[in-house]
Each structure stands twice: as structure tokens, then as C-alpha cells.
Design a protein around this ligand. Sequence first.
Ligand SMILES: [Zn+2]
Length: 422
Amino acid sequence: MISDRPNPIHGSGSQGSVDDRVSGRVRAMIPFEPCVSVGRPLQDMKSLGLLLLATIVAAEQRYDGYEVLRFYPETHEDLAFLAELRKDNRLDFWTEIRRPTTDVMVPPSMMNELQRLLSSHPIAHDTMIPDVQKLVDLQRAGMPEDGSPRAMSWDSYHRLSDIHDYLDELAASYPDLVTVFSIGESFEGRDLKMIKISSGVATQKIWIDAGIHAREWIAPATATYIIRELVENYDANKDIVDTFDWYIFPAHNPDGYEYTHTNVRSPGASDDPCSDIFAGPEPFSESETAAVESFLIPENADGSFQVFLTVHSYSQVWLSPWSWTLELPVDYDDLRELGEIAITALAEVHGTEYEFGATTEIFYFAPGPSDDWAKGAAGIKYAYTIELRDTGTFGFLLPPEQIIPTGEETWAAVAAVARFFQ
Ligand SMILES: [Zn+2]
């Protein structure tokens, strides 16, 4: 979800009150200013943070008895109260603070205190997930504990090396269709691997990225599913492949992704770069997003990119810009037309209902996602953020049985987008 912490593409973060964030939306287009409210430079945080990360948080964290509560804020005061609660680093906001629902993970040690705080400002809520660890275990089913490499599949989740190996195998097996290259290095030195799929006939381009938020495991899994359809099912999907040159970046935040596999499944509780207990990977995506900017801006100098899709979870929404103003893009009707085509095609596969809208229509105000940047700064007309399954039963912890259905329906949506340009 868009609640994860800020990075250069996403614009400003979630520091401060709801009011601050609303008035601060003009920052959406400029690079993220880390820890403005605290004034600690990101560079210091990085060296310190990495050290802490390596030494203190060595073991995988467990979530026994952690609950995810769903709040139903109604008034501005409710939202402001949640914003106040968010300052407590023990609480992990799974969604942005928003109407109609805001999801928050609470450690068992804090439940009484939270209920006491809520007695001063009651907000309707119920328990969405009663025991987070159970879902963590379910989600890991089929994954080797030692992280040993496996051939790519979509009946379980995979580590980063499996995803990268899969791209390399495709490049080796389909040299006329596939090129794999790195657009840079992550903060910890991992390759930022991109796959370009081109049959050589298209004049238009499409961009798909996934996994900028580390704990949204379904996003990279879905991106690789789409890659498989385009490459390994090329004969069946030839018309779609030939419509665009496809640029797919399936693991946008490789450090964070690995970190959620080995250490903290749900980095949110401590992913505030301004927090003293900071241990999360999200802010490290800084170098990754810079790599995207320096790749995409010149690549789109001729305006050949028609579509930009950034894949996240969860909420089942197909979002268009803007996230920083209630005003709609001047060509919003065009964006809505294609967005509706996409979610209609998606629903036809398994009946999964998505909502389409501008970010501010659906979620009130939220930190600026990269579709804002893609449309506003990179000049790509059809820029969307996709929030995949589900609507909260599992949240970020979508079980592996849902990877293939999610892949199938999302592929149908992406294929419908491509056909729109034929
Ligand atoms: Zn996200």
C-alpha cells in the first residue's frame, strides 16, 4: 500500500499531522526531504541504520499475537487522532491514514494502552487479523527455510535471486525477444534488474514496476507472472507483445525485499527513518528510485512511453493521479476510460472487484505515489498505481494460493490496456 515510507519518487512522506500532509502536497513532485521534522540527514541515518540493521536485528522477528485492527475514521478529528497515534513507532500502519478504513498492526504488549488511548477519542474499529504470525507462516508455505534457490513458479513466493535468475534464463532462452540489464545498483549493491521485451515492431512503450514497497510480496510475483505471459506465451499473446516494447522492473527494492524475507516481515513498525529504532529497508530505496528516474526520463525523451504502471498491494484499486490535490488531471476522462477497461477485464477472470479513481477520490490525501511523478514529471499520459489483492483479509500477507489467480486477472487487465493501443 502507499503507506510505506517515502522515497524520491513517492515524494514527501507521512510525517506530521494530516493537515501538514495536505498542505504539503505541493512537495509531491520534488525529491523526498528525509526527516525534515527531525533534521537528521539521511546519509547519517544510512550508515548508522545499516550498522544497526546488521548487528541488532539479526534474527527474524515473530508476530505472535500481533493483531491488525481496522479503523473507520469519519471526521477530520478522527484522522488527526490516528495521525497522532502514528507517531508511536510500536504501531505499524498498514494503510495510509484515510477514510473509510485505516488498518493498523498492534503488538500484544500495546493493546491495553491503545484501548486506553482510544477511550479518550473513540473511533469505530474491529479486528481484521487476530494473529499476524499465523498468516506469516501461511504466506511462507513452500519456501525453503534456508533460502536455497528454486526454479521460478507461482505456487509459492520466491527470493530475489530466483526472480533475477528467471530473468537471466529468459534472456538466454529468448534472445530475439528479451534483453535483461541493470539500471543501477541498490544501496546494498544488488543489481537493479530490468527486463525489456521487444519483438522489434512496436513504436510505443509501456513501463511496469513492482516491489518498491518491500512487504508487498504479491507485487513482484505478479510482475513475473506478466513477464511469463509475454515471453513464454509469446505465440498466444503475440499481438499484445507487438503493441509495446515492455520495460518491466519486477523487484524495485531488492534490499528491502530480501530484508522482509530474512529479518522483519513487516518493517512498518520501525521503518520510520526518523525513528531511533529504525530498522526497515524502505528508505534505502532512494538509490533505486534515482536509478529509475535517470533511466526513464531520457528513455522517454521522444514521448514513446504511453503507459506507466506501478504495482503495489493491497486494496484492489486502480488509481490515477493526483494524490496531492482534489483537482483532477486535465485528461482525467481519458485515464478513467482506460482504467475502467482494465478493471472490467480484471473482474471477468475471477470476479475480483476493483475500484477506479484518482488517489484523492478514493483515499483522501496520501503520500504521492510514483504515478504522480510519472505523469507530472516524466510526462507519461496513462500513469496508474495498481493496488492488488486483497481488501484486508490477509492484507500484505496474501497466501501463495492467490498468486496465480492474482496473476491471471492482473494479466487480463494489462492485456486489455495493451489492446487499447492497437
Ligand atoms: Zn505500496
